[in-house]
Design a protein. Structure first.
Length: 279
């Protein structure tokens, strides 16, 4: 009778072990799937952070270029650039045009085949009003900016500026490929088939990231300049400059049927930085 009772024990034990192993395997699949999803989310967050940092650097470049003169591809014409003010007489406007033309005549081409637009260069002023209804998602992402108020930024209407991240990394990603021109036409024909597929996939992914930046003149600020002062007999000199708060966002967008940016923001990383420029 003992032998008869023990005949089904191995089968029962096998079934118990099978169920246990199945549950453990299912749990591991769920855990690994969750880890994979978390890694993807972390990757998007980190990439958006890097894109926001790129926006900060572009904002700093904009402020510096405003002091040195922004880059332009050809010599400007006063007729195409200047607009007569409502309270400006014809004679006053003509004087300003003559000054403009005299300055532009001195422009010379640099090694990058561009010109520095030095007319009226200098510290940027808060000359652009952004009403609450016109604020972008990026502008609404900063808690220290009141979303219900009109804010003043610099730029003469040229800021905030938005650009696709692929325009920064594209030339690096497709180094040696002369066939591309803009973010709408990244040609991978010069790559071997496997590399082409990888590059196209990466380009489509990176095109879902954009940065936006804007700048606010926050007033005078002291800074310590390198050098020597005979009067104070010190190696560094305290002086006054102009402080600029640079706001930037890294934005990750959803994708359409072609895995390309669909314009719907899924993730926004806001960053800000303060720089002081000499007067």
């Amino acid at each position: 009778m003992k032998k008869n009772n023990e005949k089904g024990f191995a089968l029962v034990l096998s079934l118990i072990l099978l169920v246990t192993m199945s549950l453990m395997g299912g749990s591991l699949i769920v855990i690994s799937s969750g880890d994979h999803q978390n890694n993807n989310s972390s990757d998007k967050y980190q990439q958006a952070f890097y894109v926001a940092e790129t926006g900060l650097m572009q904002g700093e470049k904009w402020v510096i270029d405003n002091y040195l003169g922004h880059w332009i591809s050809s010599k400007p014409s006063a007729d195409d650039t200047l607009i007569q003010g409502e309270e400006e007489s014809d004679d006053e406007f003509q004087v300003r045009k003559d000054q403009y033309e005299a300055a532009a005549a001195q422009y010379h081409k640099y090694s990058n085949d561009m010109y520095r637009h030095t007319f009226l260069r200098g510290p940027a002023r808060n000359d652009t009003n952004i009403k609450e209804a016109d604020k972008s998602l990026c502008m609404k992402s900063f808690r220290n900016l009141k979303t219900t108020d009109t804010i003043k930024i610099v730029g003469g209407g040229k800021l905030p500026k938005t650009d696709n991240f692929i325009n920064i990394v594209g030339p690096i990603l497709l180094s040696g490929n002369d066939a591309y021109t803009t973010s709408e036409n990244w040609n991978t024909a010069n790559l071997v088939e496997d590399d082409e597929k990888i590059a196209e996939k990466e380009v489509k992914y990176l095109r879902r990231f954009e940065y936006e930046f804007f700048v606010i003149n926050v007033g005078s600020a002291a800074y310590r300049a390198e050098g020597s002062s005979i009067a104070t007999n010190t190696s560094n000199v305290d002086t006054q400059g102009t402080a600029y708060k640079i706001y930037s966002c890294g934005i990750f967008y959803g994708k359409d049927d072609d895995n390309i940016n669909d314009g719907n923001a899924q993730l926004i990383i806001p960053l800000e930085n303060l720089i002081v420029m000499p007067n």
